[in-house]
Design a protein around this ligand. Structure first.
Ligand SMILES: Nc1ncnc2c1ncn2[C@@H]1O[C@H](COP(=O)(O)OP(=O)(O)O)[C@@H](O)[C@H]1O
Ligand SMILES: [Mg+2]
Length: 576
């Protein structure tokens, strides 16, 4: 990432972004570029066609030097001065109308392209982030991911739009310059030099300021996400501690800094324009003065008028280009960091829609496994064999590494050293990515905290299955085995009752039983219970466990229990 922080940062970033645009957008982009080219060309014609109009007002005989107009006059048999004036004016109006219609079309198309490309890129970032393995997320700050997805997706459409507008500005710029050359070469070169110099100096001066602002805004965005996540994730404690003010103050502070930085970036983009506009007006008057005094030219007005229009167009494209640069430069930090997410590699098998399962036949073996979080050694030369159909219990004081061991068995964590073999296959080997996906699909995992969606009981038990495809009898069976059937039936809409956000309407024990019902509905060959019955009373726990154990002898169960009596019926007990 730090290699981006060099001189040509913007172009490198641009190139990398372009490489992420899907090929299917090429046609649309080419079409839009063609339209942009035509729009630019019409700017040339616009500027150039004003001169004949103005000339026809003041000294129409001069028009005869213009071949196109001569041709038109002859074609329509226009002879009188007045009809020539009307004709040139009509041509000018006609051209302006066409040109602006094309311009509107271009803007419309650009906005559409920006929307689809923006959406392509944002979806890809979300996809890349969500498809990262578990250990990636453990090492990564969630606030950073969320902030990137939210702010990144907010700005990316504007950035694409800005880039397209800049292309339009460059094309317009070139065409207007050609028109100005046609009107007066010296003035064209003179204004080009002055304007470019001014803008280059400003850009040189503002670049670091903008970069710093973009970094500040980036940091604050992450902070705001963190603040929001922490405050609403702990709302119970905040209410009890009455610490709302603390969060409000923090929020106000960072939000204000962010808004100020954004406003300043915006201002830096606009400010030079007023200065340069004044300069341009003054130069037009000065050019007029020069023409009047030294050349004693009687046709000053037409030339001045068209130069004025040309300069105004030139200045406008300069300004657009500059403002686009400010916009991008002021968001350079989020753009580079968004790119990191775009560049992430993912396991392509994750997105397979058919949930193929691993046909577990024999055993899961942990062979000489070492595991550490950073420097904290959790497992040392650990060996374990779990045979199909057995019930394994894991016990040990809290913090000993029970959940870690389970995560290693499931393939969510990867041993620092050693192997996890499922039916002899090393699931963590790169070439076995596909097998690992299948292995994931054959596991049901129930933890202490069950994640519930704000959907109906039925949808929460048949998790991830579209409503029409849910086998309601199986749902009911699973609910019976998990001893939650009677409770669900007692609610207003029974299995159609919604559970509330994150299951807020339910008790801890009810959530756990729904989790167990979900695992049973999935019908996996391996069931893992990580203190999944911790919130149940002794009697209910015993009944649930009995149901699970008597399920069928193909099911392999690995369970961690805080009550040792729960482990009574296990074939093997591991103590950590
Ligand atoms: N993501 C993590 N990063 C660093 N240390 C962790 C992480 N998760 C757990 N630990 C540490 O690893 C040890 C084992 O944790 P865990 O497997 O959750 O224990 P148990 O499930 O037995 O209570 C604990 O000391 C815990 O602090
Ligand atoms: Mg645990």
């Amino acid at each position: 990432m730090y290699s981006y922080l060099n001189k040509y940062q913007i172009f490198r970033i641009f190139n990398e972004y372009v490489s992420h645009i899907p090929k299917k957008r090429n046609k649309l982009i080419i079409f839009s570029f063609a339209l942009i080219f035509i729009t630019g060309f019409f700017e040339l014609i616009n500027v150039a066609s004003l001169l004949p109009v103005l000339k026809s007002f003041t000294a129409s005989e001069d028009l005869n030097n213009l071949q196109i107009y001569n041709f038109i006059f002859q074609l329509f048999n226009i002879n009188t001065n007045n009809s020539k004036i009307i004709c040139t004016t009509l041509i000018f109006i006609f051209l302006i109308l066409i040109s602006n219609t094309i311009k509107i079309l271009t803007f419309y198309l650009n906005a559409r392209i920006a929307a689809v490309i923006g959406s392509d890129l944002c979806s890809k970032v979300y996809q890349n982030a969500i498809c990262q393995p578990y250990y990636y997320h453990l090492s990564k700050n969630t606030n950073d991911i969320i902030s990137n997805i939210i702010t990144g997706s907010q700005i990316i459409v504007s950035v694409v739009n800005t880039v397209l507008r800049s292309v339009l500005s460059i094309i317009t710029f070139i065409f207007v310059l050609i028109a100005l050359f046609w009107i007066n070469g010296k003035i064209a070169i003179f204004s080009l030099t002055i304007f470019s110099l001014i803008y280059i100096i400003i850009m040189f001066y503002f670049k670091t300021i903008l970069k710093n602002k973009s970094a500040k805004i980036y940091k604050i965005n992450v902070k705001i996400v963190k603040l929001i996540q922490e405050s609403f994730g702990n709302i119970k404690d905040i209410i009890l501690d009455n610490s709302q003010n603390f969060f409000i103050k923090d929020y106000r502070q960072v939000d204000l800094i962010k808004r100020k930085q954004e406003a300043e970036i915006d201002l830096l983009g606009r400010l030079p324009f007023y200065f340069i506009e004044a300069l341009a007006l003054i130069s037009i008057v000065l050019i007029g003065l020069f023409l009047a005094v030294y050349l004693n030219d009687s046709y000053i007005l037409p030339i001045l008028g068209s130069i004025g229009l040309g300069l105004q167009r030139l200045l406008r494209s300069f300004q657009e280009l500059y403002q686009g640069w400010v916009f991008v430069q002021g968001r350079i930090k989020i753009l580079t960091s968004f790119l990191l997410y775009l560049n992430l590699k993912t396991n392509k098998y994750l997105l397979f829609s058919d949930k193929e399962r691993f046909d577990f036949q024999k055993s899961i073996i942990l062979k000489n496994v070492f595991f550490k979080y950073n420097e904290n050694l959790i497992l040392e030369n650990f060996n374990l064999e779990i045979n199909k159909g057995k019930i394994i219990g894991i016990k040990g004081r809290t913090g000993r590494g029970k959940s870690t061991l389970i995560n290693l068995i499931m393939g969510l964590l990867i041993p620092t050293k050693g192997e996890v073999l499922v039916d002899g296959v090393n699931i963590n080997a790169v070439q076995n990515e596909r097998i690992k996906m299948k292995y994931f699909n054959s596991i049901s995992h129930v933890s202490q905290d069950i994640y519930l969606s704000n959907l109906s009981f039925a949808e929460n038990i048949a998790f991830g299955v579209p409503y029409e495809q849910i086998d309601i009898n199986r749902v009911k069976n699973a609910a019976k085995k998990a001893f939650i059937y009677d409770f669900i039936n007692s609610t207003i809409d029974a299995f159609r009752t919604t559970v509330g956000e994150r299951g807020i309407n339910l008790s801890g024990g009810q959530k756990q039983r729904i989790g167990i019902a979900r695992a049973l509905y999935k019908g996996s060959t391996i069931l893992i219970l990580d203190e999944a019955t911790s919130s149940l009373d002794y009697h209910t726990e015993e009944l649930v466990i009995k149901n699970i154990q008597s399920n069928d002898n193909c099911l392999t169960v690995i369970m961690i229990a805080h009550r040792l009596s729960t482990l009574d019926k296990c074939d093997l007990i591991i103590e950590l």
